[in-house]
Structure formats: C-alpha cells, structure tokens
Design a protein around this ligand. Structure first.
Ligand code: ATP
Ligand code: MG
Length: 159
C-alpha cells in the first residue's frame, strides 16, 4: 500500500489529522492506530470521531476496551486493546462483530494496540503508526490507499 510520513508537532496536529481523515474513510474501513504509550493514538481517533459525528467528548476506551458511536453510514467502533491478555479476548469485546459489520452494514473500525489482537487484524487494514512522545518532532507513518496519500500530501499541521 502507498505510504506517507507527516510531522505532528502538537496534540492539536494529531487531532486535526484525525479530523482530516474523516473525509477519507468509507464504511468498512479498518484503521489500526499503533505507536507506544502516549503517542497520540486516542487524540487522533478523537479528531476522526469529531469529524464524523460532531461529538467532541469521545473518551478513551481504556477500561471498556471499546466504544461504539452511531453514524448514518454505519457505526464507528473505537477499540483500545492494551489491556488484553489474549487475542481471543478481543472477540469477547466485539472485534469480530465490528470487523464483519455485525448486524449493521459496514461501519468504521479504529483499533489502538492492534498487535494485542494478533492475526485477528485484517492484513489490508489502513495502518497509522505514531512515533514515540520522546521523538522531536513527533511524526506519523500512514499506509493507505493512493487517494488517501494524495490527499495527505497537501495536508499541513496547524501552526
Ligand atoms: N503530536 C503530538 N505532540 C505532542 N503531544 C501530543 C501529540 N499527540 C497527542 N499528544 C498528547 O500526548 C498525550 C497522550 O495522548 P493520547 O492519549 O492520545 O496517546 P495514546 O497513544 O492514545 O496513549 P495510550 O497508549 O495510553 O492509549 C496527551 O496529553 C495528548 O494531548
Ligand atoms: Mg489511547
């Protein structure tokens, strides 16, 4: 898949990038959000959820493993799999339903700490990898369809 690396100097930039991605996602997309603790995965997800739903207070699903938001184009599932002990626990949390569309048509699946779910994560997922908080400047590496990369080439982080 095509790829791009972007600079993310501030938390506002992580949120704004997520907001920009809201115009690119389509029902059925699976986005993995990787990177170490505190990298900005939830911040980016919050920007994306705000861009799609207008909801500005999406919280991290740290303890519940998943939050689900209603949307006209199908639900948005936001997983944080950090606390999983075994990949199978992701199924109990509803990952299989989310990935199969469950009883809904399509939908969007955002997954923080995807490596915790092992090979349950589809290979053709859009991969978003954020650098460590200690990196200066912080950056993000994105593997996504060509039209995403074209759109992102002209994206610049807010000053
Ligand atoms: N690009 C950035 N530059 C500086 N600070 C950032 C950036 N992105 C996010 N932050 C800040 O870093 C902190 C951690 O962000 P966030 O909770 O989104 O990380 P996370 O990757 O989801 O962490 P976790 O691994 O615990 O889920 C927050 O205070 C957030 O505002
Ligand atoms: Mg998080």
């Amino acid at each position: 898949m095509p790829e791009i690396t972007l600079s993310l100097p501030t938390a506002v930039a992580s949120h704004a990038l997520g907001h920009h991605l809201a115009a690119l996602v389509t029902a059925g997309d699976v986005l993995t959000l990787s990177g170490p603790m505190g990298a900005g995965k939830t911040t980016l997800a919050q920007g994306l959820i705000a861009g799609l739903t207008g909801q500005t207070d999406a919280s991290s699903p740290t303890y519940t493993l998943v939050h689900r938001y209603g949307h006209a184009n199908g639900p948005i599932w936001h997983f944080d799999l950090y606390r999983l002990n075994h990949p199978e626990e992701a199924l109990e949390a509803g990952l299989e339903d989310a990935l199969s569309g469950g009883t809904d048509d399509g939908g969007l699946v955002l997954i923080e700490w995807p490596e915790r779910a092992g090979d349950l994560i589809p290979e053709d997922s859009i991969a978003i990898t954020l650098s460590a908080p200690t990196d200066t400047p912080r950056h993000v590496h994105i593997n996504a369809p060509a039209h995403w990369i074209d759109s992102l080439k002209t994206w610049t982080a807010p000053a």
